[in-house]
Write a protein that binds this ligand. Structure first.
Ligand code: ZN
Length: 129
């Protein structure tokens, strides 16, 4: 009778526990993402060789810029892979979906966008500033 569930808080904030099915779908998404990130390592090595054969046409600045972009992409990929590994570990230890900072549940809408999210929205915002 006095059910006010959902009146203020969204369904994401109410779902304090992720069900096994949701966890499994995040796990699948994480594993897929990891697969797309890993083979890129050999690919990028090829593209570096390709760039060297064109070095006469590419100015030194361009080459340096490309190398910097390449390194940045490599760093991002490494960071994302590490994030995926940590997320998979949290699934194993059943701490997945909980903010590492405040211990509150992370909104599923946030996890849907980024399954490696480690902090709830408010903690993530606080960390960025
Ligand atoms: Zn938090």
């Amino acid at each position: 009778m006095l059910k006010r569930i959902g009146a203020r808080a969204g369904p994401d904030e109410r779902a304090r526990m992720l069900d096994a099915e949701s966890i499994e779908s995040y796990r699948t998404a994480l594993l897929k993402r990891r697969e797309t990130l890993q083979p890129a390592r050999t690919e990028s090595a090829d593209s570096v060789e390709l760039d060297q054969s064109r070095v006469g046409r590419v100015s030194r600045v361009d080459a340096l810029q490309q190398a910097a972009m390449h390194a940045a992409a490599q760093r991002l990929r490494g960071a994302e892979l590490a994030g995926i590994t940590r997320a998979l570990q949290r699934i194993e230890t059943q701490t997945y979906g909980w903010c590492l900072q405040c211990g509150e549940p992370i909104a599923t809408a946030r996890l849907d966008v980024n399954p490696t999210a480690e902090y709830c929205v408010s903690c993530a915002e606080r960390r960025e500033t």
